[in-house]
Design a binder for this molecule. Structure first.
Ligand SMILES: [Cu+2]
Length: 300
C-alpha cells in the first residue's frame, strides 16, 4: 500500500512538472518551453512539448485558445481528483460500514448535465471565433498558390506571374544551421507584416500545408481550392511539413517559409521572375536540385 501511494505521489509530481513546463511556454518570442527555438526560427526542438512560438497573429490567437482550454482541463482534472480522494477517504469501509442505498438525486443529476454544457459553450464561442479568424484574409497584400504534389511542393505567385518547385536539401548537402528534412532548396519567400492569402490545391492525393509558427494548416485537395492566410510579424525562417500521410515519400515534403523585410522581398521577386521564367514553372535545369534524382531512385 505504501509502495502504491509512493508511486502515485511520484506520478503526480511528474505530471505537475510537465504541466508547469507546458504553462511556462507562454507566447514569448524566445520560445520558452520549446528550448532551442529562437525568435526568428520556427522549428521543432528536442524535448519541446509546448506549441512553437508565434511568428504572427494567427498563431497568437491559437496560443490564447490553447491556454484557455488548458486551464479548463486543469480545473476539471483537479476537481475530479479532489472529489475522488474525498470519496475514497470519507466512505471507506472502516468509517462507513453501512453504505447508503441512494440511486438518484435530481439536483445533482441536473447539475452534472448543465455544468458540462456550459463549459462546452465557454469553449465553443472562442473556438468558432478562431476558426473564422483563420478562415480567410480580410485584406490580403499577397496571394500564393500552394499545390501539394507527390512528393514536393509547387508554389505559384499568380500576381507576379511565376511558379517553382520546392524540395528538401539532401542530408549530405546541408549547411550548418540547416535542419535535416526541413531545409529546402527553394523556400517560400514572404514579406514581413503583410497578410498573405494562401490558396491550396492538390495535384494527385490529399496533402496538408502545415507551418506551426505561422499557425497555418490547410489540406491541399485535388479538385478543390481551399483558402487560409497568415502573416509573419518578424523576419525569420519558419519550417513546416506536409502533415497528411500522402504516400511513400510523405517525408519528402518539408516547408520552409522565409519572412524578409519588404525591400528584400521586392528584390527577390525581381530575380525570381527571371529565375523561374519557364512556362511550366519548373526551375531551370542548371538549378535543378539533387531532389529529383533522389526521388526517382525511390519506389513510386
Ligand atoms: Cu504530402
Amino acid at each position: 500500500m505504501a509502495k502504491a501511494s509512493g508511486l502515485a505521489t511520484a506520478g503526480l509530481v511528474w505530471a505537475s512538472c510537465l504541466l508547469g513546463q507546458a504553462l511556462a511556454q507562454g507566447n514569448t518570442p524566445t520560445g520558452g518551453i520549446v528550448g532551442e527555438t529562437h525568435g526568428n526560427l520556427g522549428a521543432p526542438a528536442p524535448w519541446g512539448i509546448g506549441l512553437q512560438p508565434a511568428a504572427g497573429p494567427v498563431k497568437e490567437a491559437i496560443h490564447d485558445f490553447n491556454t484557455l482550454v488548458l486551464w479548463i482541463i486543469i480545473a476539471i482534472t483537479a476537481f475530479v481528483l479532489v472529489l475522488l480522494a474525498y470519496v475514497v477517504w470519507k466512505f471507506r469501509e472502516s468509517a462507513n460500514p453501512t453504505p447508503s442505498r441512494t440511486s438518484h438525486n435530481t439536483i445533482i443529476e441536473i447539475a452534472w448535465t448543465v455544468i458540462p454544457v456550459l463549459i462546452l459553450v465557454v469553449i465553443a464561442i472562442p473556438s468558432f471565433r478562431l476558426i473564422y479568424y483563420e478562415d480567410r484574409a480580410r485584406d490580403a497584400d499577397l496571394t500564393i498558390n500552394v499545390q501539394g504534389r507527390q512528393w514536393y511542393w509547387h508554389y505559384a505567385y499568380p500576381d507576379q506571374d511565376f511558379a517553382f518547385d520546392s524540395r528538401p536539401i539532401p542530408e549530405e548537402d546541408l549547411k550548418p544551421g540547416q535542419p535535416r528534412n526541413l531545409a529546402v532548396d527553394e523556400p517560400l519567400v514572404i514579406p514581413v507584416g503583410k497578410n498573405v492569402r494562401v490558396l491550396t490545391t492538390g495535384q494527385d492525393v490529399i496533402h496538408s500545408f502545415f507551418v506551426p509558427a505561422l499557425g497555418v494548416q490547410k489540406y491541399s485537395i485535388p479538385g478543390r481550392t481551399l483558402e487560409t492566410w497568415f502573416r509573419a510579424d518578424r523576419a525569420g525562417t519558419f519550417y513546416g511539413q506536409c502533415n497528411q500521410i500522402c504516400g511513400t515519400n510523405h517525408w519528402f515534403m518539408p516547408i520552409q517559409v522565409q519572412a524578409v523585410p519588404e525591400a528584400e522581398f521586392t528584390a527577390w521577386i525581381e530575380q525570381a521572375k527571371k529565375k523561374y521564367a519557364q512556362a511550366d514553372g519548373a526551375p531551370p535545369v542548371a538549378a535543378a536540385p539533387a531532389g529529383p534524382q533522389q526521388l526517382a531512385a525511390l519506389p513510386r
